[in-house]
Design a protein around this ligand. Structure first.
Ligand SMILES: *Cc1c(COP(=O)(O)O)cnc(C)c1O
Length: 401
């Protein structure tokens, strides 16, 4: 088949798939620039259409008019737990276990030190994903030093075999940020528990793209960011999940006054709050937090299972288009072919990846580049369609001439 025939064929298929897509209308809930295929929602999610007005109200009325009264009357004080309960269903958690605030890095620190302090006595090792996003490894190293554990980097492929009677805490990524590989959260959680260890999951690249099932799989602690698939905006606050059964024993390494049982009693002695509030630290960043709250409105009536089904269909179709459009030997697919091992992005290895991505962006297809040689294409099913996938692959083919 000639190129033109391939283009007609795939473009027609894309149009049919878009017409049948039950989630296609959700794109109206976002504000996206015309003419751009946005495949970087795994780095910075798009702007939900309701956010600008919501934020204007927070600034002009809640802050400008109500002033200090808003801590109470506008629900500012309780925002970390309230917004945590909006995220909870997306990660399979019952209410009262997710707290929003701080960055993912800071929440990793709380979760890892908190887990080490709850671990079975005599255990010596903190295992961390050797291929992890750097901040996770850096923070795990510091948490290990502080709690007297040895940091042991483990390739996730070897993970269950590395869990043993010395393992105190394990930190793994649900989806690898570079390759897009999905790890077996239920199986690895069960294996960690069988070894008597606690497990902390980083959900940065899975929450909002696929079902997580924190409660169902008995996860101990988890963290995630909200500016990727949850579209909270640049630097929007992260979240931490502490399973209800651990909350009573969770001893935060950052016991700020917001996590006190009676913060306004202003007592010198620290007594931790019950429940999710125990993971709070200091005054929440209300503007970012309430932008996130508004952004989470796009999930109204949306089932994560449907998002997952569309995500797999999109990445399958994109891979098919890449195979048809990109000249043989130019790219190597890094992301696993099996659905059980694939997150919501496709990573392609290629020579000159940085320049290739710059060229794609100049032609209106926005993905990103990860050193040394990876092109990443994130598929956010709430606002990306099949025609976008087809155009992205076709444009990539043209870049290779
Ligand atoms: C995006 C991401 C982070 C971001 O951490 P911040 O503290 O928000 O900068 C951390 N870990 C992983 C795995 C990520 O993908």
């Amino acid at each position: 088949m000639s190129d033109t025939n391939a283009e007609t064929d795939l473009a027609e298929r894309a149009a049919r798939l878009d017409a049948l897509d039950g989630l296609a209308k959700l794109r109206e809930r976002f504000t996206l620039p015309d003419g751009v295929v946005y495949l970087d929602g795994n780095s910075l999610g798009a702007l939900p259409a309701a956010v600008p007005d919501a934020l204007t109200d927070v600034v002009r009325r809640q802050w400008g008019e109500l002033l200090i009264r808003s801590w109470d009357e506008s629900g500012w004080w309780t925002a970390p737990e309230r917004i945590g309960d909006l995220i909870a269903p997306l990660v399979g958690a019952a209410p009262g276990q997710v707290t929003v605030g701080d960055s993912t890095s800071v929440n990793l620190f709380k979760a890892l030190v908190g887990a080490a302090r709850m671990a079975a006595p005599g255990r010596t090792k903190l295992l961390v994903d050797a291929t992890t996003f750097p901040t996770d490894g850096y923070i795990a190293g510091s948490a290990a030093r502080l709690t007297g554990l040895d940091l042991v980097p483990v390739d996730p492929a070897d993970a269950p075999g590395a869990f043993d009677g010395d393992t105190a805490v394990v930190l793994l990524n649900h989806v690898d940020y570079r390759s897009g590989r999905l790890h077996d959260l239920p199986g690895l959680t069960a294996a960690a528990h069988a070894a008597g260890a606690l497990i902390v999951w980083d959900l940065c690249h899975s929450a909002g793209a696929l079902p997580v099932g924190l409660d169902a799989h008995g996860v101990d602690l988890a963290v995630g960011c909200t500016y990727k698939y949850l579209n909270g905006g640049p630097g929007s606050p992260a979240y931490v999940y502490v399973a209800a059964r651990h909350q009573g024993a969770f001893d935060s390494p950052l016991p700020g006054w917001n996590s006190h049982r009676e913060p306004f009693a202003m007592t010198p002695g620290y007594e931790p709050a019950e429940g999710a509030a125990r993971a709070r630290v200091g005054t929440p960043d209300i503007l970012s937090m309430l932008a996130l709250e508004s952004a989470l409105g796009v999930w109204e009536g949306v089932a994560v299972e449907d998002v997952r089904a569309k995500s797999l269909a999109l990445t399958d179709f994109f891979l098919e288009c890449v195979a048809r459009y990109v000249p043989e030997g130019k790219v190597e697919v890094v992301t696993p072919a099996g659905h059980a091992e694939r997150g919501s992005q496709v990573s392609l290895r290629t020579e000159g990846a940085r320049e290739v991505m710059a060229e794609l962006i100049s032609r209106g297809v926005v993905g990103d580049f990860r050193a040394p040689d990876v092109l990443r294409f994130g598929f956010t099913p709430l606002y990306v369609g099949f025609a976008d996938a087809e155009r992205a692959a076709r444009t990539l083919g043209h870049v290779f001439g």
